[in-house]
Design a protein around this ligand. Structure first.
Ligand code: M6R
Length: 569
């Protein structure tokens, strides 16, 4: 989704902002822009990649920058941010979606509106308010008129400050020495500082080069916010020797697993035992982790729960004070999950959040937080954070043997095993449709393997419990089909072998992931406890997607139409 970076200090802003934008490029975007304030506000923006859009340097020590992922209005230079008021005295970059656009357009009909964006209307609204008020008052009045979500950074000609506001979209203040930053995520300024303030909804205010001022837009009163230190390092946002973050992050699992295993799950574990009702939610990969937790809690502890995709939650569930809602979200900012959690919280449910980002919106409203300890994940495809989620699901459901899990992970990462997976990716690269099949605990892994493949290779793929094939999907199977089966030597083995025969009998190709040497199979680690097979399957599935994408010549870090953190519903 869109990204914001802003800088005020003693250095030239343009190179810092451009570099900041590159750090948050992974969020996905279609255009980029920077505005710098000196005597005038100067702007440089265009569609396309940062390098192409921002060729011309601008001088000045105060600036705001943006990567846009089109929502209101198409992909065009006019719609790229920064957006301006009528006289170029106000420049704004904005993430989120303003909902009362028609009403505002009517109110502002005498203004010179040049783009199709909702963002531009905020600049004109503030312009209107500035006719009678000082900047902070004018911004507050404008905020009280906005409906929808926003995180914005704003320049006003003649003011040595960067103004900001936040509601339902993340915005973080970075505190440096004699310089201050704003970012839609910490990666935007991580190179310069680890000291941050996570802004809350309705916060607004400004940064100058040596201080921040934060107020609440509803009460108008000063808001007290604590600065925290984030544990991520600048190396997390560097590719190092790797061509792609995705491969870097897959390989990192070998050493990150130790921190993941050390994650503290005690409070949430206790809560799970105490509540009458448990609802588990997540989106995308996080939903697969949610399913895994449901399976394991029931199998290992006899605790029943409901699992649901976050965006569907409020249509079906009626949580109350006796409900524990457990939300998985690596980013802690996914709008669908946040909305579901807020809905549950309003109904007095307690909230457990499993996230990689301390201080994220979900973490802040959680009663029991668990941290993934995976290091910042940059690749759009979740890899190491899914391993960490898997670790947490096991920790919450049973005693786990950390050493055995480390052994399994490192087995999958051995060079010779990676090369085998790479060879198989050539069989997938020219396919149009792929099926991922597995039973029992292997099914969420099949779903995850399938999602990884589709998001970065653009090959159509679907996952089914292997037993479900004969109830419909098998009609799609012919000589051109490819089915990838998870067939570990666990309780599902015999039945899955029969399903493989059904598929092969119809002329389809199969690739098997197994610890048994089967025909056309990728060898996976053999765990001591069959319950650990998902750990053995995970990395081969991730690598299969990665190598297939590379075989098709695709950029695995920036898949089309996707964003790392999905902050709109
Ligand atoms: O940050 P979250 O875990 O809440 O994100 C949820 C999904 O958007 C995310 O898992 C998405 O499906 C990834 N691209 C999967 O690789």
């Amino acid at each position: 989704m869109c990204g914001i970076c802003a800088y005020i200090g003693e250095k030239e802003a343009f190179p810092i902002l451009k570099e900041g934008l590159k750090r948050i490029e992974y969020r996905g975007y279609d255009s980029a822009g920077i505005a710098v304030l000196e005597k005038e506000i100067k702007v440089n923006k265009d569609v396309g990649k940062i390098e192409e859009a921002l060729k011309e340097e601008l001088e000045g020590k105060i600036g705001i920058a943006h990567t846009r992922w089109a929502t209101h209005g198409g992909v065009s230079k006019e719609n790229a941010h920064p957006q301006f008021d009528c006289f170029n005295n106000i420049a704004i970059v904005h993430n989120g979606v303003i909902e009362n656009v028609e009403e505002l357009r009517e109110k502002l009909r005498n203004h010179k509106i040049r783009s199709e964006t909702d963002t531009e209307l905020i600049a004109h609204l503030i312009e209107e308010e500035l006719k009678t008020k000082l900047p902070m008052e004018a911004i507050r009045s404008a905020l009280l008129e906005l409906k929808g979500s926003y995180a914005f950074a704003l320049l006003i000609k003649g003011e040595d400050k960067i103004y900001f506001a936040k509601k339902d979209s993340p915005l973080i203040v970075g505190i440096g020495k004699g310089e201050m930053f704003l970012g839609s995520d910490v990666a935007a300024f991580l190179k310069h500082t680890n000291d941050v303030i996570y802004l809350e909804d309705y916060d607004f205010g400004y940064i100058s080069k040596d201080r921040e001022a934060i107020f609440n837009a509803l009460s108008g009163k000063k808001a007290s916010r604590r600065a925290v230190k984030v544990s991520f390092s600048p190396e997390d946002v560097e590719k190092g020797e790797y061509e792609y973050f995705m491969l870097k992050e897959i390989e990192e699992q070998g050493y990150r697993i130790t921190d993941m295993l050390n994650s503290n799950t005690k409070d949430l574990e206790r809560a799970i035992e105490e509540f009458d009702r448990i609802h588990i939610i997540g989106a995308g990969t996080s939903y697969h982790a949610a399913r895994m937790l449901k399976y394991l809690l029931e199998r290992e502890k006899g605790i029943e729960s409901d699992v649901m995709i976050s965006s569907e939650y409020k249509f079906f569930k009626r949580p109350d004070k006796n409900t524990l809602v457990i939300a998985f979200s690596q980013s802690g900012e996914t709008a669908d999950t946040l909305k579901a959690v807020k809905f549950a919280k309003e109904r007095n449910a307690k909230i457990g959040v499993i996230t990689n980002i301390r201080g994220s919106s979900l973490d802040r409203i959680s009663d029991y937080s668990v941290y993934l300890n995976a290091g910042l994940e940059v690749g759009v495809a979740a890899t190491k954070t899914f391993l960490a989620q898997l670790v947490i699901t096991y920790k919450l459901s049973k005693r786990i043997d950390g050493e055995e899990i480390k052994r399994i992970i490192n087995y999958s990462l051995r060079e010779e095993n990676k090369q085998v997976v790479k060879k198989f990716s050539k069989e997938i690269a020219n396919k149009e449709h792929v099926f991922y099949l597995g039973r029992g605990l292997n099914f969420p892994l099949a779903m995850e393997g399938s999602l990884k493949l589709k998001e970065i290779t653009y090959i159509h793929s679907e996952a089914y419990p292997a037993g479900e094939l004969k109830h419909g999907p098998i009609s799609l199977i012919d000589e051109d089909s490819l089915a990838i089966f998870l067939v570990p030597k666990d309780e599902t083995y015999e039945k899955t072998l029969s399903n493989i025969q059904e598929v092969r009998a119809r002329g389809a190709k199969t690739i098997l992931l197994s610890d048994v040497a089967l025909d056309n199979s990728i060898n996976i680690a053999k765990p001591k406890d069959p319950l650990y097979y998902p750990f053995a399957e995970l990395i081969p599935l991730q690598l299969l997607a990665y190598y297939t994408a590379r075989e098709r010549g695709l950029d695995t870090d920036k898949p089309r139409n996707l964003a790392k953190s999905v902050t709109v519903e």
